[in-house]
Design a protein around this ligand. Structure first.
Ligand SMILES: [Zn+2]
Length: 324
């Protein structure tokens, strides 16, 4: 078997995107005058690597487990954090509880108000609530699964080592100030932007949805442009229902069930939704979202588990990508 054989041909674009991400960083290091212009493009590609990390954890990209492991390491660099962290907080937790009590990424942790201040700060409180789950997962791996623990250590080493190495390379080539700026513009800021935006997407995909409902637990964004640019990440409802299904198949799955999903949870444009919810609705409250169903903090865990077994089981057999 060829080491680079893909499980799904649509992932040729995944590889192209990761290749472009690396090439942009190399170009900026060769021609640092371009770095301020390249920075915004690097932010988009780093965000793409975040989406790719999400997809890769649910549905590994390559047939070879070893290649999947090294691919996880490469995308960790651009995404901004070792990708194994998706497993305890997303695959094993968010997909099980879907914004109900027990979800480490719950959108209503401080308040169920849905406004720009919550959207902007969600990254910070969600990160704090995800942190213990990540630590517990590492501890468990160390005690019970040395192979997995070794992979986690390698991911942290490659991720941190590459960032420190690229920072040092920039300083060696162009001096302290220019080197630091170069690293920040094409690696540091894009990585932070990617982490922050991925969490904002999670916030928008679940704020004010009905965690106990079969068809209203997620908000989807259907714009073809957005879904081309972000590997169908807008089709969030069907992603929850079919967590192990490849991203390229989500539009067809959505079309099959779209008549069952409330219209307000099928937004056409993410930009229009942001404009309406965060900038216009403070002046015209009738345009704002309303909590659908019972407020999520009032739901009992057993209510939730009765509606989620199919949603939570598929990804478990995929698990983290690992070497042979
Ligand atoms: Zn997911």
């Amino acid at each position: 078997m060829h080491a680079l054989a893909l499980r799904n041909p649509a992932d040729r674009r995944t590889l192209l995107w990761v290749g472009i991400t690396a090439a942009l960083v190399a170009l900026a290091y060769a021609m640092p005058g371009l770095a301020p212009w390249l920075s915004i493009v690097c932010c988009y590609f780093a965000l793409s690597c975040g989406i790719i990390a999400h997809n890769h954890n649910h549905c590994p990209t390559f047939k070879s487990r070893r290649t999947n492991f090294w691919f996880s390491n490469i995308i960790s660099i651009f995404y901004g954090y070792p990708t194994f962290a998706w497993v305890p907080t997303h695959n094993l937790n968010h997909h099980k509880f879907t914004n109900a009590p027990g979800d480490n990424t719950a959108t209503w942790r401080f308040t169920n108000r849905h406004n720009i201040w919550m959207a902007l700060s969600y990254f910070f409180f969600s990160s704090a609530w995800q942190s213990p789950a990540i630590s517990a997962y590492i501890k468990q791996a160390k005690a019970n699964n040395r192979g997995l623990y070794r992979q986690i250590v390698i991911q942290y080493t490659v991720w941190a080592g590459t960032h420190v190495g690229m920072l040092a390379l920039g300083i060696a080539l162009y001096g302290v100030t220019q080197g630091l700026l170069l690293w920040a513009l094409v690696l540091g800021i894009p990585a932070f932007f990617s982490l922050w935006t991925i969490m904002l997407f999670n916030y928008d995909q679940h704020a004010h949805t009905d965690a106990a409902s079969k068809y209203a637990h997620s908000r989807s964004f259907l714009s073809p442009t957005l879904n081309f640019l972000l590997f169908n990440n807008g089709f969030h409802y069907v992603h929850h229902e079919h967590a192990g299904t490849h991203w390229s198949k989500l539009p067809a799955l959505h079309a099959e069930v779209s008549h069952l999903i409330p219209a307000e949870l099928q937004q056409k444009s993410l930009w229009w939704y942001w404009l309406k919810q965060y900038f216009v609705s403070p002046f015209f409250p009738s345009l704002a979202t309303r909590q659908m169903g019972a407020p999520p903090h009032t739901l009992a865990s057993k209510t939730i588990s009765s509606v989620t077994p199919a949603r939570s089981s598929e990804h478990l057999e995929v698990g983290p990508a690992s070497p042979a």
